[in-house]
Design a protein around this ligand. Structure first.
Ligand code: SF4
Ligand code: ZN
Ligand code: ZN
Length: 317
């Protein structure tokens, strides 16, 4: 297989795009395509200050690298969840994120959940869920809260995440299976700001996971290979597998599923109603918008954690 641009040996054959490229041309193609998505979906301009949510994985580090190569003003935010999983998951992903930032002289803000909220994610989940479930819902709401807060405190105009096409197609698949119209209404490359909530963008939403893995590898980006230990068995991974099977038979199916949805969305209106409707008011404790009747889920859950932590310490003392 030869590179379409120069005729040299291709490093990557992308059947879904009917395009094969050598290393050099692939590494130029990725930022070009990212720039096209940034323009097409009006994500941000070179005057904007961007905060990239960095997890230490291939997608978020690649995103930061691409924005840096394109000359955007992008700082990073790493949230230390305090997850060990037997191989120091958080410690290692933090170390790799810090090393990446240092190698390019970029600014990385590190927030530790334990420091900010009072306990690491697994510890807090054990206190509030009694170990019955995975800590993912607590983790998700905590990350969203801290990301919004960091974006606002730092005066950033936009928060960028490394979601790729596989992530977006799997989320879309799940939302469509359950016809969660509220989620469908909000799913897309750009989520506009609401009072108290930062604008969110996904510049990698048109890249296959495989393309981002190739980009990270060919750019020599050191990232964490292991998934979070709690990711195993997640429904999203199951949907990703199903979509991969479909993709193997019909190259391009994932991309057309997602892009077809974005096109359809321009002509259809998904009404946010019923249980999906988001009627927001500021949380009386932290000020971030919430649809809950009183305090937001973040404040309620973490007060419970701190209360239990206090009880335990008090009881043991
Ligand atoms: Fe958090 Fe890990 Fe669950 Fe992802 S898989 S939400 S990082 S606990
Ligand atoms: Zn080439
Ligand atoms: Zn709150």
């Amino acid at each position: 297989m030869k590179c379409r641009k120069c005729g040299e040996k291709a490093s990557l054959n992308m059947r879904q795009h009917k395009l094969a490229l050598c290393k050099e041309h692939f590494l130029a193609w990725v930022p070009e395509q990212t720039e096209r998505s940034i323009q097409r979906y009006r994500m941000f301009s070179r005057d904007d200050r961007i905060l990239v949510a960095v997890s230490g994985g291939k997608d978020s580090l690649s995103l930061w690298d691409i924005l840096w190569r394109l000359g955007y003003k992008a700082d990073g935010l790493y949230i230390d969840l305090g997850i060990d999983g037997g191989h120091g998951y958080s410690q290692e992903s933090r170390r790799l994120s810090e090393a990446f930032a240092a190698s390019r002289d970029l600014h990385l803000r590190v927030i530790s959940v334990e420091h900010e909220a009072g306990a690491a994610i697994p510890e807090a989940a054990a206190l509030t869920q009694r170990g019955r479930e995975k800590p993912c819902s607590l983790c998700g709401l905590t990350k969203r809260h801290l990301m919004n807060r960091a974006a606002q405190e730092g005066g950033y105009s936009v928060l960028a995440t490394g979601h790729n096409l596989d992530d977006e197609a799997a989320a879309l698949f799940g939302n469509t299976l359950g016809w969660r119209v509220g989620y469908l209404a909000r799913q897309g490359p750009v989520l506009e700001a609401r009072p108290g909530l930062a604008r969110k963008v996904k510049p990698l939403c048109r890249f296959y996971e495989r393309e981002m893995a190739a980009y990270a590898l060919l750019r020599g980006i050191a990232y964490i290979y292991e998934e979070c230990p709690y990711a195993e068995g997640a429904t999203t991974l199951y949907y990703k597998e199903l979509l991969n099977r479909l993709e193997a038979d019909r190259p391009g199916a994932k991309l057309s599923f997602y892009l077809g949805f974005l096109r359809a969305r321009e002509h259809m209106t998904f009404h946010e109603d019923g249980k999906d409707k988001l009627e927001l008011h500021p949380c009386p404790r932290c000020g971030q918008p919430t649809s809950a009747p009183g305090e937001c889920a973040y404040c309620r859950t973490w007060s419970k954690v701190r209360l239990r932590l206090g009880t335990i310490t008090g009881g043991e003392a």
